[in-house]
Write a protein that binds this ligand. Structure first.
Ligand SMILES: Cc1cc2nc3c(=O)[nH]c(=O)nc-3n(C[C@H](O)[C@H](O)[C@H](O)COP(=O)(O)O)c2cc1C
Length: 362
């Protein structure tokens, strides 16, 4: 079944989701991805206990703009009562379009307390949590799962059924176990199994890094939507490429370096405006700077400089200086140090490491 439990503008046959990602899927990035064609976005996972305590930091995770809708707030925790209380609070105060429950986070600190994928060791607890959250909110409740805790307990269909039976209206599967962390490949055939087994929409997630991947995932699994996390790091335009691929249209190429930098600066400006504390915003933006400059000729040196910037003015200056020194303004001609082909820009082996930015931060 394909109809999602919330309205999606344009009603795309296969909607694209920006995945919940701690430290990444924050409001400025969510808005950017929406502008490039992400149909639905999610917040990063937010601790139910933090929500109930009303911590300032937690409130920052929960803030979003209306233009981000449809948006899901993702919560995690191992205590059904706290999860219910958090869901009720989030519904009342923030009114997202849906509440998503995280049963996938593999991080030790979370798993140790049975949160995230830790719950997958106890299928009964998964059911209790979903039931408690469903009873606490008028909004659709959805679940994001991994395939199991480890190889022995691997059973995505059973986990999906437990969520559905407890009232989840949509399930997203990242078909790796907690023990897999991010190793190997996402087993897309497990997404197909869950699609066949459930009568609610199943969203496929894992290892989509190009438009062609999105198309292949749809064809192989019959998923009701495609969710993307790492593939759009430093590449929010991936959503536009996926949309074209899913619609059977020619897939747009990669933007040239100048355009890529322009998008990066727009993202950074939004991050500073959203955060308020400019120093902190720029510090936290460094990971994005790393991703936006991945694959560029002389990228390592460029990143060394970028990782020391302290404000937006410096970000702009360093990127401008890079473009100036690549002589073609970053238009990516072979022989100028950068090649852009159908996939990411990559260094021209003949030129990589050539003269780039020798004066750091002026
Ligand atoms: C930096 C990072 C943070 C993540 N944080 C979350 C999170 O808060 N909640 C969640 O459900 N999954 C989280 N994930 C997992 C992703 O949502 C996704 O399931 C996983 O990365 C596989 O998709 P991909 O192959 O497209 O990256 C995170 C992944 C990354 C890389």
């Amino acid at each position: 079944m394909n109809a999602l439990p919330f309205d999606v503008p344009g009603d795309p046959a296969t909607p694209l989701f920006l995945a919940p990602q701690a430290g990444v899927s924050e409001s400025p990035f969510r808005r950017l991805c929406r502008s490039f064609g992400a149909d639905i976005v999610l917040t990063e996972f937010v601790s139910a206990e933090g929500i109930v305590r009303g911590s300032r930091r937690t409130a920052d995770y929960l803030r979003f703009d209306d233009e981000e809708r449809p948006i899901g707030i993702q919560i995690f925790g191992a205590d059904p009562d706290a999860m219910a209380e958090a869901a009720a609070l989030v519904t009342e105060v923030y009114a997202p379009d849906f509440v998503d429950i995280n049963f996938g986070c593999p991080v030790k600190k979370v798993v140790r307390r049975n949160g995230g994928s830790g719950c997958l060791r106890d299928p009964g607890l998964v059911g209790l949590i979903v039931r408690a959250v469903v009873a606490a909110t008028r909004l659709p409740v959805t679940a994001k799962i991994r395939s199991g805790f480890d190889e022995e307990s691997r059973n995505p269909v059973a986990i999906g059924r437990i969520c559905r039976d407890a009232g989840a209206r949509m399930v997203t599967l990242h078909p790796r176990t907690r023990a897999d962390m991010y190793s190997g490949h996402a087993r897309w055939e497990e997404i197909a199994d869950v699609v066949r087994a459930l009568d609610i929409p199943v969203i496929g997630n894992g290892d989509v890094r190009s438009g062609a991947d999105a198309r292949r995932m749809l064809e192989r699994t019959g998923c009701a939507g495609v969710m993307i996390a790492r593939g759009c790091h430093g590449a929010p335009w991936l959503f536009r490429q996926c949309r074209a691929a899913l619609d059977g249209l020619p897939i747009p190429g990669e933007p040239d370096v100048r355009t890529r930098f322009r998008i990066c600066v727009r993202h950074a400006e939004n991050a500073v405006a959203f955060e308020g504390d400019a120093d902190k915003a720029v510090r936290e933006f460094r990971k994005h700077l790393g991703w936006y400059t991945k694959g560029l000729a002389g990228g390592r040196r460029l990143r060394r400089i970028l990782f020391r910037v302290r404000d937006l003015r410096q970000v702009r200056a360093v990127l401008e200086s890079y473009l100036g020194r690549t002589a073609d303004g970053g238009c990516s001609e072979p022989g100028r140090g950068i090649i852009v082909t159908g996939s990411r820009a990559r260094p021209d082996p003949a030129r990589a490491g050539g003269p780039l930015i020798d004066r750091a931060l002026g």
